[in-house]
Design a protein around this ligand. Structure first.
Ligand code: AMP
Length: 148
């Protein structure tokens, strides 16, 4: 139960992916779910705000960034509301690992054979603007050597 309490949830999911160790009972998580009602990416995942979907499975949603910073700019978000990289824990790390198995598949589908960059911004100094963990996939053209 203690472990389950630490795993975030999202509306509409009763139980999820027991193979990834992310199975839990929605009732115990209700309070945290309510805190997500204002989250832009939770609304995109639920379809309340439109997006251009690139990939979806039961754990992750990927869509085109509305202000692309490269020829290809896709955002990968866990359906579970994890606020940022600082909130990655031993309990939810398998979800992040899953996203990192999806990224190369999608990169291949999008024709990024020449390479790409994966970035997550965290907090004020990282210029994070949406408080729901996400990974930027940038590619399709030569990116700058500098990262900051
Ligand atoms: P970050 O600044 O790292 O938190 O990234 C947030 C990203 O979300 C930015 O690159 C925005 O352009 C992008 N973004 C904001 N609103 C939307 C939206 N409605 N649809 C798609 N991307 C969005």
């Amino acid at each position: 139960q203690e472990i389950l309490r630490n795993i975030p949830c999202w509306p509409g999911k009763e139980q999820l992916a027991p193979d990834l160790g992310l199975c839990y009972n929605m009732r115990t998580m209700k309070k945290e779910c309510m805190n997500m009602s204002d989250c832009l990416f939770c609304k995109i995942i639920s379809g309340d705000i439109p997006s251009t979907k690139v990939y979806e499975d039961e754990l992750v949603y990927a869509f085109r960034d509305i202000h692309p910073q490269a020829s290809t700019h896709v955002l990968f978000v866990p359906k579970a509301h994890i606020p940022d990289a600082q909130a990655i824990t031993a309990e939810n790390a398998r979800l992040v690992a899953h996203i990192f198995t999806v990224i190369p598949q999608v990169a291949r589908q999008l024709g990024l054979e020449e390479g790409y960059r994966v970035v997550t911004n965290c907090g004020k100094h990282g210029c994070q603007s949406v408080q729901h963990l996400h990974f930027h996939l940038l590619g399709g053209n030569q990116l700058s050597e500098t990262m900051a």
